[in-house]
Design a protein around this ligand. Structure first.
Ligand code: BES
Ligand code: MN
Ligand code: ZN
Length: 496
């Protein structure tokens, strides 16, 4: 999507163009802006708002047309009470304004939203991100795509032109989010392990990154018995994908991003049953979508000092005569033996070997993202991803990177005593603990495959990867969750 953004010192009094979107606080807080609009359009705004019962609640939008006038479409965007308004409110307001402004069919759109007290660069980034991401639509699988009017230029009013320097970052990040959304939304017969490898190859070719794809035999040679056990039931060959960004200057930090890449999760012989949303399990590669999207953005932005490794053990979890038996015992590449008491806890089996591989790169930090457990979706819902990390520094850095990008993380406990639940009578461990605290035992399982001295964090994005109805900046469907958090964290130096 090509949208030209510009920071403009113009105001809602003097901007000229097609559609003007203006934010209004509820109650007395909106009085000055109301007066300015009455003057500009020569109307009794109070009367019009009353007639249409506009309360200026957050997200509420109202459009007025003034044919022939400059800024002939006026979009009013509710902001709620001024005291509750901040960067997140700005993001949501920009998204609503963009949708309403686009619906007017206007070529040039201006957003006049309150930015006082917010750092101008942060405000510009939040608004531009919100506009672009909320206008995204995926029509790849329609035989006849519907024409969609999009504004060609978007002016962010009340911001100095210098704040526009950050807008190139926004464009790269949004391309990354859009890539993640397209990968996650594509069906399992399109996004296969090979397709994920092809995506990595195309990023590598476009931006000059290094790519290594390990085939089944290579993984066997490395002893990845845990990952290959999941892959063995499928007709699609597994692809172990390692994509590397190297900065042009010296490297001060080496980071690893690991993504769960199950292009379909049937559950295996512990087959998913009715109500378990088996038909949605194309999104079980959401972690790999996020790390590929982040790599695309990082590759385009070329940050200095950080070397970034992306590792994805891609496969699908299927049933066949060759599929792994429930109860099988396998050996991971760090030598640990695992009794597979549930073939539907397959993500952690693939991540185990991916984390061992990432640890061998001796990074300064590892972050993994995975649609790992239904339990996390139940605990935190659709808007918040779970974060597990033994490192306070890494957890804090990720929470603030997420906040800066409008994504929400909540730190969950790595309670060591729950490790009991993974004890096996025969092998070193089982892959599945009891149902209570299921996302915690999943995180504890992963921890056993991370080098003991490497700061590591695990993000369970099972709830946030998809939104049936759409929310905030996310249209209904794949959200691309995780890309903004990862890119912000890497651009900030990948601190742990
Ligand atoms: N991919 C699923 C987790 C999932 C479930 C993501 C629902 C999004 C929505 C994962 O592989 C899985 O099946 N987990 C099991 C683990 C259980 C067998 C211990 C689960 O959550 O039920
Ligand atoms: Mn599963
Ligand atoms: Zn899964």
């Amino acid at each position: 999507m090509v949208l030209a953004f510009r920071c403009s010192p113009s105001t809602l009094h003097d901007w000229s163009g097609d559609a003007l979107a203006v934010g209004l606080f509820s109650g007395d807080d909106g009085t000055a802006i109301r007066a300015a609009l009455e003057q500009r359009y020569g109307i009794d705004l109070g009367q019009r708002l009353e007639r249409r019962q506009f309360k200026a609640k957050p997200g509420e939008c109202l459009t007025f047309e003034f044919p022939g006038a400059n800024a002939a479409s006026l979009v009013l965007v509710g902001l709620g009470a001024a005291a509750d308004f901040g960067l997140d409110g700005l993001r949501r307001a920009a998204a609503s304004a963009a949708r309403a402004g686009a619906a007017c069919g206007s070529g040039s759109l201006a957003l006049a939203l309150p930015v006082d007290g917010i750092d101008p660069e942060a405000a510009a980034m939040a608004m531009a991100e919100a506009v672009r991401l909320s206008l995204f639509a995926d029509q790849r699988f329609k035989s006849e795509p519907e024409p969609r009017p999009l504004p060609s230029s978007v002016a962010l009013l009340g911001l100095p032109e210098s704040a526009g320097a950050s807008l190139t970052t926004v464009a790269a990040v949004c391309s990354g989010v859009e890539l993640a959304r397209e990968l996650v939304a594509a069906p399992p017969n399109v996004v296969t392990p090979q397709a994920l490898a092809d995506t990595a190859a195309s990023i590598a070719a476009s931006f000059g990154l290094e790519l290594q794809v390990l085939e089944r035999a290579d993984c066997e040679a490395l002893g990845m018995g845990s990952y290959l056990a999941v892959a063995q039931g499928s007709d699609l060959p597994p692809k172990f994908i390692h994509l590397t960004y190297r900065p042009s200057g010296p490297v001060t930090r080496r980071l690893a991003l690991v993504g769960k890449g199950l292009t379909f999760d049937s559950g295996g012989y512990n087959l998913k049953t009715a109500g378990s949303q088996i038909e949605m399990m194309k999104y079980d590669m959401g972690g790999s979508g996020a790390v590929l999207g982040a790599m695309r953005a990082i590759a385009e932005l070329r940050p200095e000092g950080v070397e970034v490794h992306m590792v994805v053990a891609a496969c699908d979890n299927m049933i066949s005569g060759g599929a792994i038996h429930p109860g099988a015992i396998v050996t991971a590449s760090n030598g640990k033996t695992i009794e597979i008491n549930n073939t539907d806890a397959e993500g952690r089996l693939t991540l185990a070997d991916a984390l061992v591989y990432a640890s061998k790169l001796e990074p300064d930090a590892i972050v993994d993202l995975a649609t790992l457990t239904g339990a996390c979706l139940i605990a935190l819902g659709e808007e918040i991803a779970g974060l597990w990390s033994p490192s306070d520094g890494l957890a804090t850095a990720l929470v603030s990177a997420a906040e800066q990008g409008g994504e929400a993380l909540w730190r969950m406990p790595l309670r060591a005593s729950y490790r009991e639940g993974l004890k096996s009578g025969l092998a070193d461990m089982k892959n599945t603990g009891p149902r209570p605290g299921g996302s915690i035992t999943a995180a504890l399982f992963l921890q056993d495959f991370v080098g003991p001295t490497i700061p590591w964090a695990h993000l369970d994005i099972a709830g946030t990867v998809w939104s049936d109805k759409g929310r905030g900046l996310d249209p209904a469907g794949a959200t691309g969750f995780g890309v903004r958090t990862l890119v912000n964290w890497v651009l900030a130096g990948g601190m742990a």
